[in-house]
Design a protein around this ligand. Structure first.
Ligand code: HSE
Length: 313
C-alpha cells in the first residue's frame, strides 16, 4: 500500500469575465500542496498547515481540505486513518480559489493513498461538500483545479462539468498577469454587493458575452477571448469598488498592451490577459510601479493556463 502521497492543485480564475459562477480556468501558479499519510487512528487529522500565517483551522471538520478528505475516506476506506499536511501556496481570500485548491489536493491525495478507486469525476461530490462550507454550491474553482484547463461547470452533477478545449494560442502563447493586492476579500463579502435584479438589456449583454467566450475558446481565438472577457459589466461593476484602484490598474495594463483585465473570482486579485510574455512583463512592471507609487503592497505573477490540473508530485 502507498505510504505517502503529495499532491499539487493549481489556483483558478473563476468567473472568466461574463462566466459568473460557471466558468473557471486553472493557472500554472500558485497552488496548494497536500501530503497525505496513513495513521492508525481512524479519521482525518490535519497535523500541520504552513503558509497561512496561522489563519486556517486545523479542525478537519471545518477546513475545506479536511472536509473533502473525510468525504473521500468515508467512501473508500471508512475504517482507515489519514493525516494531512497542507502547504498553502495560495493567498487566502484572494479570488484565486484558495479553499478549492486545498480541497482538491486533499481529495486527490486521499484517493491516491488507497490506489485511486475513484475517478476524478467521482471526487466532485467531496469538493462540492468542501466548497459549500465556505462559498456556496458552485464548482467553478474546484473543477478546473481538479481537471486543469478551462471548465464549464453548469451545475453540481458530474454531467454538468464540461472540459473545454484549450488550443495552442490560448494555451501556449497567451500570458496572464495576476495582480494580488495585499488585502483579504472574503467571497461572502464580494457576493453581498451583487445585484439581486438586473436589467433585461444587461441580461442580453451578458448572454452575448458568455456565448462569445465559449465560441472563442473553441476557435482558440485569443482576441475574441479577450473581447469576451471584457463583456461582463454586471459583476465587474458591482465589485470594482471593493478593490482599490481596480479601474485605473486595468486601464494602465490595457495602455501597455494587455488585451483584457478582469477581477479574478470574488477579488481582490485582478487578472490581465496579454498576448505574450514580453507584454506580460511590461504590464507587470508598470503595475508594480503603480502600487509602489501608492505605497501599497502587491504580489504579481505571470502565469499560463495550467492544462493539467491536480497532480501527484
Ligand atoms: N464564482 C465565485 C464568485 C468565485 O465570483 O463569487 C468565488 O468562489
Amino acid at each position: 500500500m502507498t505510504q505517502s502521497v503529495k499532491v499539487f492543485a493549481p489556483a483558478t480564475v473563476a468567473n472568466l469575465g461574463p462566466g459568473f459562477d460557471i466558468i473557471g480556468m486553472a493557472v500554472s501558479e500558485p497552488g496548494d500542496i497536500v501530503i497525505a499519510n496513513h495513521c492508525s487512528q481512524p479519521g482525518i487529522f490535519i497535523r500541520q498547515i504552513i503558509g497561512d500565517n496561522g489563519q486556517l483551522t486545523m479542525d478537519a471538520t471545518q477546513n475545506t481540505a479536511g472536509i473533502a478528505a473525510e468525504f473521500v475516506r468515508q467512501q473508500i476506506a471508512p475504517h482507515a486513518g489519514v493525516e494531512l499536511r497542507i502547504e498553502k501556496g495560495l493567498p487566502l481570500a484572494s479570488g484565486l480559489g484558495s479553499s478549492a485548491a486545498s480541497a482538491v489536493a486533499a481529495a486527490v491525495a486521499v484517493n491516491a493513498l488507497f490506489g485511486n478507486p475513484l475517478t476524478k469525476y467521482q471526487l466532485l461530490p467531496a469538493l462540492l461538500a468542501a466548497e459549500a462550507s465556505v462559498s456556496g454550491q458552485h464548482l467553478d474553482n474546484a473543477a478546473p483545479s481538479l481537471f486543469g484547463g478551462i471548465v464549464l461547470a453548469n451545475g453540481t452533477a458530474m454531467e454538468d462539468i464540461h472540459l473545454l478545449p484549450v488550443g495552442p494560442h490560448l494555451g501556449n502563447e497567451t500570458s496572464f498577469v495576476l495582480v494580488s493586492p495585499e488585502m483579504k476579500l472574503p467571497t461572502s463579502e464580494a457576493r453581498r454587493v451583487l445585484p439581486t435584479q438586473i436589467l433585461f438589456s444587461d441580461m442580453v449583454a451578458q448572454t452575448k458575452g458568455i456565448a462569445t467566450l465559449i465560441h472563442a475558446i473553441h476557435l482558440d481565438d485569443v482576441r475574441l477571448f479577450a473581447k469576451a472577457l471584457m463583456m461582463d459589466r454586471i459583476i465587474y461593476n458591482a465589485r470594482k469598488c471593493l478593490i482599490p484602484h481596480s479601474e485605473a490598474i486595468i486601464d494602465l495594463a490595457m495602455s501597455e498592451g494587455a488585451l483584457a483585465g478582469i477581477i479574478s473570482g470574488g477579488g481582490p486579485t485582478l487578472m490581465m490577459m496579454t498576448p505574450d510574455n514580453t507584454i506580460a512583463e511590461k504590464v507587470q512592471h508598470t503595475i508594480r510601479e503603480f502600487y509602489r507609487q501608492h505605497s501599497l503592497n502587491v504580489t504579481t505573477r505571470i502565469v499560463k493556463i495550467a492544462v493539467q490540473g491536480a497532480k501527484i508530485i
